[in-house]
Design a binder for this molecule. Structure first.
Ligand code: ZN
Length: 68
């Protein structure tokens, strides 16, 4: 029997969104910085980043928090 461990990853992506050419970043650091700025701009947002397998750059994605 497999023990199921409850892990709570900060960002859980069900599926990668389509490649977004509007905002892509060459480095993870750049993407993180941009994500930070967006979150500062709008405190209700949680922005995650992911490496895009299509363009091999980094994109931002909005993360929905399950808060009840
Ligand atoms: Zn892409």
């Amino acid at each position: 029997m497999k023990k199921h461990r409850l892990q709570k990853p900060e960002f859980r992506l069900q599926a990668l969104p389509a490649c977004d050419h509007k905002s892509h970043f060459k480095t993870e650091a750049e993407a993180l910085e941009a994500a930070d700025l967006r979150m500062l701009d709008n405190m209700t947002l949680t922005i995650g980043i992911y490496a895009c397998p299509i363009c091999s750059h980094w994109h931002l994605t909005r993360v929905k928090e399950a808060r009840q």
